[in-house]
Design a protein around this ligand. Sequence first.
Ligand SMILES: Cc1cc2nc3c(=O)[nH]c(=O)nc-3n(C[C@H](O)[C@H](O)[C@H](O)COP(=O)(O)OP(=O)(O)OC[C@H]3O[C@@H](n4cnc5c(N)ncnc54)[C@H](O)[C@@H]3O)c2cc1C
Length: 391
Amino acid sequence: MRTRVAIIGAGPAGMLLAHLLAAEGIESVVVETRSEEYVASRIRAGILEHSTVDLLRAAGLGERLDREGHEHRGIYLQWPEERHHLDFVDLTGRSVFVYGQTEVQKDLVAARRAAGQSVHYEVADTALHDLETDHPSVTFTDSTGRPRRLVADVVVGCDGSFGPSRGAVPASLRRTSERVYPYSWLGILADVAPSTDELIYAWHDDGFAMHSMRSATVSRLYLQVPNDTDVADWSDDRIWDALATRLGHGQDGWQLTPGPVTEKSVLPMRSFVQTPMRHGRLFLAGDAAHIVPPTGAKGLNLAVADVGLLAPALVDLLGRGDARLADAYSDTALRRVWRCTHFSWWMTSMLHRSGDDFDAQLQLSQLRWVTSSEAGATGLAENYAGLPIGM
Ligand SMILES: Cc1cc2nc3c(=O)[nH]c(=O)nc-3n(C[C@H](O)[C@H](O)[C@H](O)COP(=O)(O)OP(=O)(O)OC[C@H]3O[C@@H](n4cnc5c(N)ncnc54)[C@H](O)[C@@H]3O)c2cc1C
């Protein structure tokens, strides 16, 4: 098979890239190990930055987002006996949207299907070849068991944290930076109306807790737990009790309403960046190049931002023979990647209980500062609502 851009991974990065390229007349083929249904039903991110919403709207993907998504002006930050609202719109003029990654994925799949996008689901043995030539290729076994070779002008690795693309950059040329945190998140999805109008981020001596949501009837909640926690040790009652304590049930009359838990999983917390994000005719985008802990709600937004930079770079390279944006892609994307990596690390470090009483007092001091100083609050708001793509 021959195409212009071979895209590995049909997650949000891969499907959005295919969509943006097609809008400029550049053909692509996507290969994906999982089934379409599996990819669309993975419960992951839920907060879209201002720039992500702008990009999705500009790409013609904003219709259901505007109808069913919920615009939030800010978040609550709290610790025992205190809850403060940070209003991002007042502070920066920018808001965020609650709209699940599952919904973004469905919109992308529907748009690409309507346009006749070629996507090979349920492939195996994906491998990358000849990346330093002008005819790189991807080989795989398709869902019928047939070996295939896809020859392209460019290969883009959008295959997340476990795909083969990042390892295709020679070991002598790649650099990785990593931080593993000494705690994880136990996340639940519950069929119950959220007990809050906007997200609550709670510092507590027992550990961090967070109240998020996916819709008017579905809540998403998280608890800080030790690494290697077995989800079987956490009954629904134990989870709701811990959430009530950490989120301040009863504080100033606020009530946490429990409900049926429909999904429960443990998510380890990790920061990871691999550089450069380009090698020869291979480009990396999204989780294939970097992972952030979810505290700053940046993972999905960073994937979108990478693709927002890469699509015009590939259009210039393949459509006009102009390599300037493609040559600058890695450096440009990494400026934002490191900004978001710092913000995610900072939010994580400020809110998760770890260390001794000295650490706890520093965390509380930081929380008091960002909730009482306009300068502190604006810094958090600017990063959370999201800096412009290409900053
Ligand atoms: C369990 C979990 C929970 C998360 N929760 C949050 C959250 O609450 N908030 C937040 O902001 N972010 C969260 N994230 C991060 C966010 O979901 C990711 O940053 C986002 O999905 C990145 O999109 P992507 O397209 O780069 O990668 P992915 O969505 O991972 O897509 C990569 C795709 O590549 C495919 N693939 C892998 N290997 C191959 C191969 N060999 N051949 C072909 N295809 C392959 C995969 O099956 C996958 O579909 C979470 C991530 C995980 C894993």
